[in-house]
Design a binder for this molecule. Sequence first.
Ligand code: M6R
Length: 611
Amino acid sequence: MCGIIGITSRPGKVPESPAFIVRKGLERLEYRGYDSVGVASIVDYSIIVRKGKGKIKDVNRRKHLDRVPGYTIIGHTRWATHGRPSDVNAHPHIDCNGVIAVVHNGIIQNYLELREKLTKLGHKFRSETDTEVIAHLIEHFISEGLKPYDAFKKAIRSLKGSFALGVLISSEKDKIFFARKDSPLIIGLGDGYNFIASDIPAFLEYTRKVIIVHDFEVGYITPDSVHLENVLTGEVIDINKRIHVIDWTPDMAAKGGYPHFMLKEIHEQPRALKDTIHGLGVEVENAIKLIMNANRIFITAAGTSFHAGLVGDYLFNILAGYTSIPFIASEYSKYKNSVGEGDVLIAISQSGETIDTLMALRLFKKLGAKVIAISNVVGSAIPRESDVTVYTRAGPEIGVAATKTFTSQVMVLSWIAVKLAYYTGRIDETTYKSLLGDLHRVPELANKTLTLVEGETKLIGEEISDRHSVYYLGRGIGVPIALEGALKLKEIAYIHAEAYPAGESKHGPIALVEDGFPVIFIIVEDEMKKHILGNIEEMKARGAYTIGVVSDEDKEARKLLDRAITVPYIEPVFSPIIYIIPLQLLAYYTAVKKGYDPDKPRNLAKTVTVE
Ligand code: M6R
């Protein structure tokens, strides 16, 4: 996830210089990423670029971004996905002749293929990014005789993946070209000036009149006009029908209108999942090669990432017939005498900096094992020290409670497990294609789930907010979901919450159950469901207040439960991504009801860097 902004204005129409406004806008977008930053401006029909690695404040001090001349300027704050943070990988990216500058948020899935073709045609690439191909592609189409805007549109039609783009072409001195697919882009309308940006706070101080750009829409802004059209059909859009006047405060705007980052990030999951799928490429194949050649597979992580690891462990067994050994990262020393060459460790960490996971990784490497990292932060310590890294593309997570990074990690692990199952001959091609199809549909199902469960989870959250203890029970793939649901509740609502395999509840935990004790069941549509139904009966018989997350195909559990939270049916092995969403929301609404700030729970830090 990155932040983009662009302004084009007539002289004297904005109260500060356009470069100053772009720098301020970038600071408001810094929540989207801040590992490098840059701007490009058109002056006298040529393009000036200033950019560098580091936070906006530091790069601005070194490179004076906010003193760049010109009235048509684009800017970018980066959260690296392809190519580590560096001066060269910072946006804007330019073509061979430096007459086209591009800022981009999203992932170009087919960039390797395009880069190869353009390299053969003589184009010289400077960076490791997926974005740079766009500048060269436009350059290529202009060299074939197309007019700049037609070349831009043709380039857009050649891209696969997700993008919000701002583009300058030096011959078009007061135009900013833009396009959107799957990444947010908003136009801000002023008097004698116009903006594009990834999010409204970037220009809120200067205008409240906005147009939300839709997928497959492209166009350009000038200081006095907006041209918008559908790039596939060529239909020109009447912008007057699309203008909204918003009434957000700056704080509301930074959180996209949500009261907390956690709620915003829960709602970002469909987008995060889609970007994660788009970003999966050759690294997955490299990871699978290591797994297939391994003597033993270990999985390690902490907290929420460990729960994702438990989902991975389940899927490796069930789908691919591989036994793995999951362990909590801080317990790494147990393996100091037993691990060796031929073993493979999968280390999962959203931040890539968690010390326990890093220490486990270092021990395994020292003993000769290979390491596969799954991380959300490009260039962080764990990826740097691993043999192969598969990145999730959830974007920066600000709330301390991990939400969108968990579901993105589970997506990566599910993808690996399905491929592993196919490559080792456990499933045939038809099943393989059908399972990958199921995974492709998950972002849409996550969207549907958010709509379906929000009201019910708020009600239940308010109901349980005065309880002191809650149990979460599941079986099979439901166990890691229960563990993650319980962690969310204790971490932000400060309610004692325990998760167990439901079968284990009779071996002790049930002794605590009395009238009104909340027990939350994870009811997945698999062969273990009949046993869960029995567990619900047992808990009811002892007076428990039974709540369940159930599929919309369920006919039995709903009758038994005091409260049912219905989610759309999903292939049972992929249920964690969908079933965890109501549990995240439940924890969120319980915390809010109790008056706590879910973004900053007490005693916790987003990244734990001390052992
Ligand atoms: O950055 P990591 O994924 O390595 O972090 C691991 C845990 O500290 C983290 O998942 C923690 O449990 C979450 N804040 C829980 O919501």
